[in-house]
Design a protein around this ligand. Structure first.
Ligand code: GRF
Length: 210
């Protein structure tokens, strides 16, 4: 299976995917920013890189067309968005429907969009986390594949909470891609995702512990 990873910045989720020993040929890392730190990491790991600079395209449609050309040139079966900070056109999303994943730093459907950690602290939630989901035209609303939850502490700052969540992002994104590559993800009729041969430990995560 061939995959490409789309990034905009530092690329720590990209790096987690590249280093996870997955049964996947990562054909390229593509960034919309020429200065994305993740590009250097990818090159150091021997992965091809490409830049499709959004500032050099007149509108979203032109940018997305250039991006699709790059993706298809690499024969990608799977597209992984990993900190890719561009809203995509419906046409683009539909082209990769069912084979494009995203990692979001919140327990969707809570806190879609930006600044999730600040908003989680402001809301006073006791559990926060991250989600891998399939991408659909509505932003951060596609079928959920896997989530991880972390406790929120009274003295948390957005930075500390972000770091706690990020460590879990680096665990669940490789898991989701492995399951996709192994053909274990199943779409149900009501557009949910089932995992074949999943285990279900009968435990609960409670925060705070009294
Ligand atoms: C991650 O928190 C990801 O969930 C969000 O943007 C951040 C990207 O970080 N979409 P990195 O570039 O993977 O380090």
């Amino acid at each position: 299976m061939r995959a490409v990873i789309l990034i905009s910045g530092r690329g720590s989720n990209m790096e987690a995917l590249l280093r996870a020993g997955l049964p996947v040929d990562f054909a390229a890392v593509i960034s919309n920013r020429p200065d994305a730190g993740g590009l250097t990491i990818a090159r150091d790991l021997g992965v091809d890189t490409a830049v499709v600079d959004h500032t050099r395209h007149t509108d979203r449609t032109a940018f997305d067309a250039a991006l699709a050309e790059q993706i298809d040139r690499h024969g990608a079966d799977l597209v992984c968005l990993a900190g890719f900070m561009r809203v995509l056109t419906d046409d683009f999303v539909q082209r990769y429907q069912g084979r494009m994943l995203n990692i979001h730093p919140a327990l969707l459907p809570a806190f879609p969009g930006l600044n999730t950690h600040t908003r989680a602290l402001a809301a006073g939630v006791k559990l926060h986390g991250c989600t891998v989901h399939f991408v659909t035209p509505e932003v951060d609303a596609g079928p959920i594949v896997v989530q991880a939850a972390v406790p929120v502490f009274d003295d948390d700052t957005p930075e500390r909470l972000a770091a706690r969540v990020l460590a879990q992002e680096h665990r669940i994104y490789p898991l989701a891609v492995r399951w996709f590559a192994e053909g274990r993800l199943r779409w149900t009729a009501d557009d949910r995702i089932g995992l074949d041969a999943a285990t279900h430990p009968d435990t609960a995560l409670i925060s705070p512990m009294g």
